[in-house]
Write a protein that binds this ligand. Sequence first.
Ligand code: PEP
Ligand code: MG
Length: 753
Amino acid sequence: MLDKLRRIVQEVNEAENLPAALRVIVTNVKAVMKTDVCSIYLIDPDNQQRVLMATEGLNPESVGKARLGEGEGLVSLVLERAEPINLENASEHPRYKYLPETAEERFHSFLGVPIVHHRKPMGTLVVQQLDSRTFDEEEVTLLMTIAAQLAGAIAHAEASGGISGLKGTRHRDRPFRGLPGAPGVGIGLGVVVYPTADLNAVPNRRTDDVNGEVQAFRAAVVATIEELEAQKKRIEHLPAESKLLFDAYLLMLTGDSLVKKTIDRIKEGYWASTALRDIVHAHVQQFEAMDDAYLAERARDIRDLGTRILVHLQSKTRGPRQYPKKTVLVGDALTASDLVEVPPEQLIGVISTQGSGSSHVAILARALGVPTVMGAADMRVTRSEGCTLVVDGYQGVVYVDPTKGVISEYNRLLKEEQELSAGLETLKDEPAITPDGVRIPLYINSGLLSDVNSSTNSGAEGIGLYRTEFPFMIRDRFPGEEEQATLYRQVLNSFDPRPVTLRTLDIGGDKTLSYFPITEENPFLGWRGIRISLDHPDIFVTQLRALLRASAGKDNLHILLPMITSVSEVNESLELIKRARYELIDEGLVDIKMPRIGAMIEVPSSVYQAAIIAKRVDFLSIGTNDLVQYLLAVDRNNPNVAELYDCLHPAVISAVQTVVRAAARARVPVSVCGEMAGDPAAVILLLGMGMDSLSMSVVALPRIKWVIRSITYQRARELLEQALTMEDSQSIRSMLNREIEDLGMGGLLRAGK
Ligand code: PEP
Ligand code: MG
């Protein structure tokens, strides 16, 4: 059963459009449940009517026509109660409403279950039977399981087609919803980043070079035949039946069907990989529809064979890509290296179907100033290649091939945004000082050299967080001491003599190195940050020596230790830093000052130990991105819980205040380098707490400077006092947003997400 269910979900996911997806569901569910009817009603968001969207068993003519009002019929009752309704004789129920166009009067028994996606009721899945009987518990739970499994797939298809897209057309002015990743609006052409050796991930791509594609495909087929023959040879000594699979594969490749059909598809103007994907899928679907265990197995063979050909195709066709002038990068799980692969001036937008605004890809995108939408789960990545995409990083929405109206509205917004930036530009050389004279230095977060260089002119007073893992991520091996020292020296030079804080390697979690794979069930609670560095003194000491060498003759190096969870980690790190310095001095590099050492406070345990940690270091830096995730138990990358991730949660405010007080008692400076420091509303509270400095993306800096120059420290303290009496983040945010409006900075609220 599980296998069948999995197959239905996969087929639904592969369906061209909403009607096709729904047809797959009703046909399969009717067969699996052995009922006379299976139908799906979906809620039309425009008028809340329940529309019969697909049926197997009722009059097919009534699809799209049979509609029930919001409180009408059993279909609505299922949704009101949000539970299954199981009736022996439906027409006897007081809520039964007869829809003549469906010709359903013949069917007596009725079982309806709600289709709910992320708390949102989407519709009702119904099975009916001619005879009067109640469905047994197993049948009820089976239908519930099917509805629960299919809810996501239906939401997916609905987002692509919309309920009124009965003919399979999509509303071009209806966006796909995701989460804000990096602010701004970008309009450009989709370029899909996809994993290799995965037929499902191949994007829809057209070609102008049909002959070239046919040749590439033929070469891949020849390579696959050679590979299969070689494999067959290797098992020559085994009994004949072991070789049958190879013979079957070879037959498929030398026979007409798969190869010829793929070539025909290429000739329709498709890229070889896309054509292969389509033909393999068509074959697979044919086999699977036969509902026979042996033939289902053949479907698996065809998919396997298709993947083998694809691997050969991709080994020839990958390599450096040409990117359009205005590239919007689209992918399921984009990585930081995917972003830096695109020439910076050509990257104008990023869309990831996974992750959230706190994912590292989003953080990097913010640092680069590239509008980004994360967690756009319903978007079909493979269909975005070459499409015009509007990325609205403020609201977290994406439009695919939108209408002219949508594009001109966004062009207007882009213009407004440029005006706002130009207004803020005038503050560049002004200090970040409140009207009542409290000064808070503003630093920038960075991780790429290009971005450091462009930010020297941003009005920042130094670098508050340089994430050294980013340069590690874009290489194919650990960089050596010399290589690292050269890079760090450039970073230190950029703001010399102003402070530059380089954080030691913080890999693990969602930051992986291709050449140092870490596979864990729970990477954010696993081997991460300082834990890896201390377990690998070889890697750590190389980095420390490089940092210290880079600082020779300078006095602006600050070293920051990530993911500190206990005092012993600080002690051990300090020991290694001192040792590395003595080693270098011994080797003759005399002018190496002891850098200022800081600890990141980003784990709840270190909040409670902030006072003891502060005694051992020169500064504290609060990493709110991780602190929020660990304090609220909300994975920073998981779009399903992204709404719960909020730096204004009262528990977060209280934790940050605890750290500020501990630092003040120990007389060490404290700053925030998480994204909270770039949130105009949150900054009011940080100011009120007496934060010594703030570090943020270069894009957020002008806005935050504006906030600080507009609100008095006194007023910020009053607002903090009020916030501390509030019970939830929504009330706190509303109060702070009102203040921002009153200060005449409402424009920031939209641009300040
Ligand atoms: C943080 O956790 O707030 C932080 C600044 O570090 P990162 O986002 O790199 O984990
Ligand atoms: Mg962190």
